[in-house]
Design a protein around this ligand. Sequence first.
Ligand code: SF4
Ligand code: MG
Length: 283
Amino acid sequence: MATFKEFRNNVKPNWCPGCGDFTVQASIQRAAANVGLEPEQLAVISGIGCSGRISGYINAYGLHGIHGRALPIAQGVKLANRELTVIASGGDGDGFAIGMGHTVHAIRRNLDITYIVMDNQIYGLTKGQTSPRSAEGFKTKSTPEGSIETTLSPLEIALSAGATFVAQSFSSDLKQLTSLIEQAIQHKGFSLINVFSPCVTFNKVNTYDWFKENIVNLEQFPDYDPGNRIAAMTKIMETNGMLTGLIYQDTTRKSYEDMAVGFKPEALAKQDLTLPEAEFDKL
Ligand code: SF4
Ligand code: MG
């Protein structure tokens, strides 16, 4: 059985020292090993942004896609090879701005993949502009007078879109994040994990200390039932979206590929997917 070290490769991340994305990378590697995967059973598909580099830093199948398009690619990978564990990842700009249309529809489609968003509430790769996750009043080069837009709430949107697994964590909490990724991989359907992953270089407001002061860990509510969708929505709103832990899980709904007739293993086995040699010549 592979250890987490076998999910490492020899590529040195070029993230800034202290960037929250390092912990996300380590958590994926640990979770993959903990659930008994081998590197050749995992595919990590990422979008564009500092966080998008993560697919190159994990010893597994990987594809660094295009901006906002990690999810269409990840869904295609899963439909082509249902035996693979597929993780899609990217930042808040990638998933909740340019890619938001894909995010909502991937959630409601409910393929069995895990989507990890590294949410630093800013555009880091392009050196610090306001993102849909930035708070009102947030000042950057793109909103020098402070953002006048409402902050987008991905957890509320995910629940409204019919998500079957919604969780949130923090880059400073390797143990919780690893455990949530393990649960997400084992969940039979689409799993969203939003991770507060500080950008230490460009976001001087939402720092590690700021998150530590503002996060509300679900462990504080021992009676909380993650199977109750209304309670989940209420708790998200009560905590202004700062809740961490497993917020909602529906274990009753089947995944897309388990319902789509054409993707059932017996249907796929009957299909001849070999391209005739003459077709190769045309490529
Ligand atoms: Fe991380 Fe921000 Fe540096 Fe990008 S710019 S690597 S998000 S700390
Ligand atoms: Mg970002």
